[in-house]
Write a protein that binds this ligand. Structure first.
Ligand code: PEP
Ligand code: MN
Length: 351
């Protein structure tokens, strides 16, 4: 990883670096952070001669070689000062609450619009709404391209950024063309490396962020962080890790709630953690407790399914969507707890 003296290098300077690293079988990948650009050396960077020559360049401050499987996502990486911003919220500074429908119903767009306004009123700063859905049963509703327009209209009406899951290249292209702000990679695709690569490439140079869910089958921390590394190494570091419960589930819950991995992630990576309590517990009545537990464990945000009329929802909503009223109470408590944790429990993320 090359740290330049200035915030970014000129094209001529990057060309100079490229000449040197190419001799050693490596290439340069600029990673554009919020404040400055760093230059990853992709390939085996452990060549003393290469490092010495790079460090000898007048415009290079230093060269870091982190011996970590996640060179970019590692807490010791120079991306550690990068802050992911969703709409008006800088993760790590203010608690992000992203809320809305599991699945947009293209025949009843008003449920999405009404929910969008209601969750905004309740204090959410971003909307979620499934356009295409990964369904266990092939005969279940799979989503509809028309819902993308409804999602973006909800964004226009509220002024809030929106999140939607993409599962393949075509959906990725449609979502980016429409201007979706946060691309969700679902638990079922958490280790789909070709999709992770496609997403990483597609968002390079764009302000788009990715909400990366944890693999549903007890994905290890290494798998989770490595999946994020696949995306970030194409140049856009706006990745958020999203624990959402694992299988096998805990009797009575949909999955085994895993908000407690938050401090473990924070020990290893700088990436913000936004917990999804809805899919973790799978029942609206248990969502507030899981959400508060997540904040107590150090989460930077929450992704919550909410619906103005849960029984009329599609996908997971009838069981797990909270009402706007319950969401408003939850957000008030979660924000108070977040403030308390930041002021009174600063060491919660490290033993
Ligand atoms: C969802 O967010 O509606 C969803 C399907 O999530 P997950 O991939 O975590 O199951
Ligand atoms: Mn859902």
């Amino acid at each position: 990883m090359i740290l330049p003296k200035n915030n970014r290098l000129t094209d001529e300077q990057v060309a100079e670096l490229t000449v040197i690293v190419t001799e050693f079988g490596c290439r340069i990948q600029p990673i554009v952070g919020a404040v400055r650009t760093i230059y990853a050396i992709v390939g085996d960077e452990r060549h003393e001669l290469m490092i010495n020559r790079l460090e000898g360049l007048a415009f290079v401050d230093r060269v870091d070689t982190i011996q970590s499987p996640h060179k970019l996502m590692d807490i010791k990486s120079d991306l550690a000062s990068h802050r992911v911003k969703i709409g008006t919220v800088t993760l790590g500074e203010e608690l992000l609450v992203m809320a809305g429908l599991c699945t947009i119903d293209p025949k009843n767009p008003n449920y999405f619009y009404e929910t969008a306004h209601a969750v905004q009123e309740a204090g959410a700063q971003a909307l979620r709404g499934g356009v295409w859905k990964p369904r266990t049963n092939p005969y279940a509703f799979q989503g509809d391209n028309r819902s993308l327009d409804i999602l973006m209209e909800g964004s226009r009406r509220t002024g809030l950024p929106v999140d939607a899951e993409v599962m393949d290249e075509e959906q990725l292209r449609l979502a980016l063309d429409a201007g979706v702000h946060v691309l969700q990679i679902g638990a079922r695709n958490a280790l789909n490396y070709s999709l992770l690569r496609q997403v990483g490439k597609a968002i390079a140079g764009k302000p788009t962020a990715v909400l990366l869910k944890r693999g549903m089958h007890l994905g290890t921390l290494n798998e989770f962080i490595s999946a994020a590394e696949y995306i970030v190494n194409f140049g856009n570091p706006n990745v958020i890790l999203c624990p959402r419960g694992t299988q096998p589930g805990l009797d009575g819950y949909r999955n085994h709630p895993d908000e407690s991995i938050t401090p473990l992630l924070k020990e290893r990576t700088w990436a913000p953690v936004v917990v999804d309590p809805s899919h973790s517990v799978g029942k609206a009545a248990y969502v507030p407790a899981c959400a508060l537990a997540a904040v107590a464990y150090g989460a930077d945000g929450l992704c919550i399914e909410a619906h103005v009329s849960p029984s009329h929802g599609l996908g997971d909503d009838p069981k797990q969507a909270v009402t706007p009223k319950a969401l408003a109470e939850l957000i008030t408590r979660a924000k108070a707890l977040h403030a308390l944790r930041r002021s009174a429990l600063p060491s919660v993320s490290a033993p």
